[in-house]
Design a protein around this ligand. Sequence first.
Ligand SMILES: [Fe+2]
Length: 196
Amino acid sequence: MTRSADLQLFLDEIALALGGITEGAAAAAALRIGARLAGRQGTPLETAGAAAERLPICDEIAAVLAVAERGPRGRLARAFGALQGQLAWRRRPSADPDDARFWHGHANAEILGPKGMERRSDLWIGASLMAPGVDYPRHSHAPEEIYFALSPGEWWNAQMDWTDPGPAGHVYNPPGIAHAMRSGSSPMLALWVLPL
Ligand SMILES: [Fe+2]
């Protein structure tokens, strides 16, 4: 199975967004990730189409993208829009059904990665969606991480106060750092990219 045109177009836009990061530790991370992205294709799941899953919150995606498509990441937003219906949108595995706001108010989808629509063990790319007024739990992981915002929203990490990077911005999380995000009065959609 070869990579679909929709996925290739999205990954080309991710590569362009990575290439736009020119300062600090994030720029070095973007180079590392970009090299892996350009390096090879992973193993697309034979069941990629059938594996698509959605959650009720996915109804929010179209309105978020309609705004993002008119912004500085318009091409990336459009490319993601072509892909989002093919993804398996799932809750965070540790989500608690008793925490109704978070349970009903978030979804994650893996694009490249161990469980992605294309299996990769060296690169992890995905999306997170949150309803208004939702806090995504503080967490950490060994790989460094770059987030691209496709909507307003705020990020925090142990070295950075709560920050909205803006419609053309990004957030860089160094390896292992504690970090979190939260939506404001509108839904939040973000893409994340990690080298594994
Ligand atoms: Fe993270």
